[in-house]
Structures are given as C-alpha cells and as structure tokens.
Design a protein around this ligand. Structure first.
Ligand code: MN
Length: 155
C-alpha cells in the first residue's frame, strides 16, 4: 500500500522526486522459518540450515546459519559474487582448491572471493556453526560441484 501511494505521489508530482519513501522496519522472528536439512546432493553428513534472511530489492545478499556435525561438510563449490562466513561456534575447516585445509573457530570471519573453488564444514572431531552471508548475482549465490571425498577431507 505504501509503495502504491509513493508511486502515485511521484507520478502526480505531489512530492519532490528526490524524497525517499521509507518502508517499515521488519522483524523476522526466531523460529519463523523451519530448519532445513542440507541436501544430500550438496553436503556430506548431517547439516542443518536455518535461513536467516533473503536478498530483496535493496540488498544483494542472503544469510543463513549452517550447522555441521563432526565429519560433515559442503561439496566443492564457488560463489558467483563471493561469500562471508562468520563462525559462531565449534571448530571447522575451510579449504580452497590447491590450498591447505585451514581451521576456523568461533569468531573467525572468512571471505571467499568470486569464483574460488572451495569447501567448508566441521572437523572430523568437532561440529561447527557458521553464518553464511552469500552475495547474490543473477539470482544465484552458489554453483555446486562434486562432493569432497573422505581422502580429500582427511588430507
Ligand atoms: Mn562457500
């Protein structure tokens, strides 16, 4: 309704065209979205995904809390516009193709640039949770590839 009013106002020159028409602050309550299981095609082991927010007409990223049990990890993938991981608990690993596996701990922040092939997940002995802030480009935040083999994971 506010949008319609604003559009009408602009069309009829009621307000200066530079005036901003603010929308209302929105709260997405905890527990308002069901926890999803990380799909078998893109993850190994038990992974839970709590979507926190979606990109909208003003923003270009979406956020989700991802929780991996020990041994669980993503498949190899790239992000068309990059991704930030904010580790919220536990101990995990992140590895980019051709690089060493690196430990990530609660409080660590990880930036993966666009197009860099990588995976992330728990260590073999501890679970990990991270918030993934994924930039969206052309309606896509991730390009999934093959699974991380046990040999790659434990290397
Ligand atoms: Mn990633």
């Amino acid at each position: 309704m506010m949008k319609l009013l604003a559009t009408t106002a602009i069309l009829f020159g009621i307000f200066a065209t530079t005036q901003a028409f603010a929308e209302s602050t929105e709260i997405f309550p905890a527990g308002s979205r069901p926890t999803a299981k990380g799909p078998e095609a893109n993850f190994t082991g038990s992974v839970m995904i709590d979507m926190l927010y979606m990109n909208n007409e003003h923003t270009t990223n979406s956020g989700g809390l991802v929780t991996f049990e020990p041994g669980a990890r993503s498949a190899w993938h790239t992000h068309p516009a990059g991704q930030v991981l904010i580790v919220t608990s536990g101990s995990g690993w992140v590895q980019e193709e051709g690089g060493q596996k690196r430990q990530i701990l609660s409080g660590d922040v990880v930036w993966t640039p666009p197009g860099v092939k990588h995976w992330h997940g728990a260590t073999d002995k501890n679970g990990v949770s991270h918030i993934a802030v994924s930039n969206v480009k052309d309606d896509k935040a991730v390009d999934w590839m093959e699974k991380v083999t046990d040999e790659q994971y434990l290397d």
